[in-house]
Design a protein around this ligand. Structure first.
Ligand SMILES: Cc1ncc(COP(=O)(O)O)c(C=O)c1O
Length: 420
């Protein structure tokens, strides 16, 4: 991820938008370094959910005012997500979360596959981008898993090229690893998939809070991400090329529409949270307009926001990596070379001596510093790195509302823990 010129992030304004950042724990202001498991939510999104219940709480397509408002709101949020993905509104599907969406999509794609046809997955991915495809093994579909280079937790692209064959029908790769932060060359991998006649599915759940997504530039067939990881409510969203939403057949009830994208949205949606998604995208756009007042539309504002947040996150990441490396007994997984930081995002996992990560997370949690321990469902990776049997790793996730002061607090607490 390479930044370009633009104004600085107004961190004071950013933090003012997130009421939860003021929470106190045991006399400490909470430091939310748990973003990879779900980010905090700006008041714009909180207000939108409340406003939904007060002014438009109704099911879809009724002949009365609240239902009309609900329908308008869903259309507006689809347009917001279309700007977020850089696609058409009709290519945006809402769902419960990424995992549920991916299982549903895999089942629909699986209807068209024959025994012996192949799907490529990776060792780096969250299991939600592995298990739904592995479920198709029941139909005789063959799953090929791409290795990683353990030294820096990057994908082994030579192995990937070997595993994509003329039998490959779909390649499922994560945009960024939720455990070690590696950003994969998804545009290049999409070209490899397409050259073999395969579809490209990208899990952008972990990337979405860190970088702008451009499905047109990537030319991917499918891309999923979850708004609760980019400052919105607990839901999932899918981009799919229009032609695929038409061609593949979702499992659905008969009275529900056959017209995409709604044909893919099983049952009644969590409409109030859809309202929150639109507001979360608009929060990012507002941030972008503040960073670059010349941004002409929401898409340009989103790009400006990500340019500013990326610069800030890179500063925090550098501070964190430098500080961690000065603590005796630290083993960081993933890219640490300062010249290669553009190939990773600001999510850092490590072990400290033989200490169980859960013990460290509890020590930090008691001091108001929220981190995660475990495998974060990146099970293949945790096993490959040999940490699965030992409590996994401790993960620190930095997003744009985090501060240098929080990084310093974390480092001081880790030094205190290590000295005990
Ligand atoms: C990279 C990645 N993919 C997929 C998921 C699953 O997303 P969801 O919770 O929306 O099902 C997660 C959740 O942590 C994730 O980090």
């Amino acid at each position: 991820m390479r930044g370009t010129a633009g104004t600085e992030l107004d961190l004071a304004w950013v933090r003012e938008q997130f009421p939860s950042l003021k929470l106190q724990v045991n006399g400490h202001t909470a430091a939310f370094l748990d973003g990879p498991a779900g980010t905090q939510v700006p008041r714009q999104a909180i207000d939108a959910v409340q406003n939904y219940f007060v002014t438009m709480n109704a099911n879809t397509y009724g002949a009365f005012a609240t239902s009309h408002r609900n329908d308008q709101m869903v259309l507006a949020t689809r347009a917001a997500m279309a700007d977020f993905f850089n696609c058409a509104s009709e290519e945006v599907v809402f769902g419960q979360n990424m995992t549920t969406i991916t299982f549903a999509l895999a089942r629909a794609i699986g209807r068209e596959l024959n025994p012996g046809e192949e799907i490529v997955v990776t060792t780096l991915d969250h299991d939600a981008n592995v298990a739904p495809w592995r479920a198709l093994e029941e139909k005789g579909v063959v799953i090929r898993q791409v290795d990683i280079r353990e030294a820096d937790c990057t994908l082994d692209l030579d192995d990937l090229k070997r595993k994509i064959t003329s039998r490959t029908k779909l390649v499922a790769v994560g945009y960024a690893s939720n455990m070690v932060g590696t950003i994969n060359p998804v545009a290049e991998i999409t070209k490899l998939a397409h050259a073999a006649g395969a579809l490209m599915f990208i899990d952008a759940v972990h990337f979405a809070p860190h970088g702008a997504i451009d499905v047109r530039a990537l030319d991917c067939d499918f891309l999923v991400c979850s708004p609760y990881k980019f400052f919105g409510p607990h839901m999932g969203t899918l981009f799919a090329k229009r032609e695929h939403l038409q061609k593949f057949k979702p499992y659905k009830v008969r009275p529900a529409t056959n017209v995409p994208p709604e044909s893919w949205e099983t049952g009644t949606q969590v409409q109030e949270l859809i309202a929150g998604i639109g507001a979360a995208v608009d929060y990012l756009a507002e941030l972008g307009h503040r960073c670059d007042p010349s941004a002409k539309n929401r898409r340009e504002a989103l790009l400006a926001a990500y340019r500013a947040t990326h610069r800030h996150e890179t500063d925090l990441l550098t501070r964190l990596l430098d500080g961690l490396q000065s603590i005796p007994g630290i083993r960081i997984f993933g890219i640490t070379d300062p010249k290669k930081l553009h190939d990773r995002c600001s999510t850092v996992s490590f072990r400290l001596g033989d200490h169980h990560p859960a013990k460290i997370a509890t020590f930090l949690g008691d001091r108001g510093i929220f981190t995660w321990d475990g495998n974060f469902y990146a099970l293949n990776l945790s096993e490959q790195l040999g940490v699965e049997q030992h409590g996994g790793v401790l993960r620190v996730g930095l997003v744009h509302y985090n501060t240098a002061g929080e990084v310093d607090r974390l480092l001081a607490a880790l030094r205190e823990f290590a000295a005990m």
